[in-house]
Design a protein around this ligand. Structure first.
Ligand SMILES: CC(C)(COP(=O)(O)OP(=O)(O)OC[C@H]1O[C@@H](n2cnc3c(N)ncnc32)[C@H](O)[C@@H]1OP(=O)(O)O)[C@@H](O)C(=O)NCCC(=O)NCCS
Length: 210
């Protein structure tokens, strides 16, 4: 009997989640359309996604993009919703067949993410420092904002980024690389097919599937 009730409950829950996903996907597409951002076919948002394009920035999502943005959409322990922001003329460009969970991606410069990228729960990519590093410039707000340092971030095709990773400005990750859970990545150039781990992240080994 309990099993039957559980089955009915799961089914109803499934319908609810399906409806909620449809709603949040429509919401995300509408927001992207209003902001003149581009997206490919089959964009799917499991939960509400925060998208902010300040000034003249741009965001582009490729085909078959899936973003998990509510706790139950990925049971790895999501701590926050997905957030995509650009400041100034910053741009975010995401390729085809990518899947992100509770990711925070923020560009003041340029963030290019290739095809078939999986980003694990709660991971972040920032191409800027948000604040000036010089305390004399950090106040007032205007000089702080005008003196934020930034550098492009590039994530090559087929990269797998683990849970709770932070990727900072100027990082270039070669195709097929794996970034281990909890890594803080500041390494400028990561060759293709590297396993990168730790804080600060280092190249641990070469990946070879042959
Ligand atoms: C990256 C990962 C897949 C590597 O697995 P693996 O190929 O079996 O690698 P190993 O366990 O042999 O580790 C190789 C070395 O890296 C180190 N390492 C692996 N993961 C690490 C991590 N997260 N932080 C620091 N060091 C790490 C290991 O200690 C080992 O070091 P050693 O050679 O000095 O002993 C795995 O460690 C990992 O992070 N998995 C989490 C995946 C994840 O987050 N999924 C997304 C969920 S949403």
């Amino acid at each position: 009997m309990k099993f039957f009730i559980y089955k009915v409950f799961k089914k109803l829950n499934g319908y609810l989640h399906g409806f909620s996903t449809l709603y949040s996907s429509i919401l995300m597409k509408s927001k992207l359309w209003l902001l003149d951002c581009r997206y490919g076919k089959n964009l799917k948002a499991n939960g509400k996604v925060t998208i902010e394009v300040f000034n003249r920035g741009s965001i582009k999502f490729g085909d078959n993009f899936i973003v998990n943005s509510r706790f139950h959409s990925n049971l790895v322990g999501l701590t926050n919703k997905a957030i995509f922001t650009t400041y100034g003329t910053g741009s975010i460009e995401i390729g085809d067949n990518c899947g992100f969970s509770g990711s925070v991606i923020s560009a003041r410069n340029k963030i290019i993410i290739g095809n078939r990228i999986l980003i694990g729960g709660n991971s972040r990519i920032y191409d800027h420092d948000y604040h000036s590093l010089n305390p004399k410039l950090r106040t007032p707000r205007e000089t702080d904002f005008a003196n934020v340092r930034s550098a492009p971030v590039v994530v090559g095709d087929d990269v797998f980024i683990g849970i709770n990773v932070i990727i900072l400005k100027g990082v270039n990750i070669g195709e097929g690389s794996i970034i281990a859970a909890g890594s803080v990545v500041t390494l400028r150039d990561i060759p293709p097919y590297s396993l990168v781990a730790g804080n600060p992240a280092k190249i641990v080994k070469k990946i070879n599937f042959n």
